[in-house]
Design a protein around this ligand. Sequence first.
Ligand SMILES: O=C(O)c1cc(=O)[nH]c(=O)n1[C@@H]1O[C@H](COP(=O)(O)O)[C@@H](O)[C@H]1O
Length: 272
Amino acid sequence: MTTQQLVDQIRKKKSFLCIGLDTDLEKIPSHLLEEEDPIFEFNKAIIDATHQLCVAYKPNIAFYEAYGLKGWKSLERTIDYLNKNYPEIFTIADAKRGDIGNTSTRYAKAFFEELSFDSITIAPYMGKDSVEPFLAFQGKHTILLALTSNEGAFDYQTQIIDGTELYKKVLKTSRTYENSKNLMYVVGATKAEYLTAIREIIPDNFLLVPGVGAQGGSLQEVCRYGLTKDVGLLINSSRGIIYASDSANFAKAAKIEAEKLQNQMAVLLDSN
Ligand SMILES: O=C(O)c1cc(=O)[nH]c(=O)n1[C@@H]1O[C@H](COP(=O)(O)O)[C@@H](O)[C@H]1O
């Protein structure tokens, strides 16, 4: 999917919401556990109930890998269901990969070709030759961790190296990579006060912003400093939406939570 197609979808739906499919068998409604593939059935119900309110879904791969082969099957069924039924939706494999070049290429093939995701999250730590293999895939997007939402972000990402914070070095250096136009970045909603400095370095790139809802980040704060002329933001919420209820009406409850965020986004887009 092109960035323009994503922007068009955002304008049409008045939403830049990404719903995180962090599907956990210990949290989904117990009646689903009788199904042959409870994870897929849960995801399908959430997707069917919320697809008009969001522009992206982000399965976090850990929640699937945790169940071995069965989990991978549920992931494959979920991405196939999305691509077949809602092809306009932007899909993110939250896999946080990155390795030496030939290994990165295999990861890219797994998520971009075999599973047909539009994008993948990547850790920048191993540098240029670990990221460029992902960028080589045209029509696909590489979402580099810049400033993450967790407390541990302060361990390295904000440390000053050669006079500049490490996360800024990641932003600046990655712009020099081949096919850097395919880059997006992760910035945690809990770090909204850094967005002005971030936008000075990357004025236009899309940011994936997790951390609203369960982690306490503010949608309004993120938008104040992070919105661009083409919106430039995908705001993720996982637990706050998908686990709104653990009863039979869980999908309806998820829709209500998604609607709350989408309504706020429509107001923010109108006043942008
Ligand atoms: O890459 C991510 O998506 C990510 C980066 C980050 O800095 N913080 C962060 O929470 N995430 C992911 O975003 C999701 C947040 O989930 P909730 O806190 O339940 O909304 C999880 O899948 C996290 O792994």
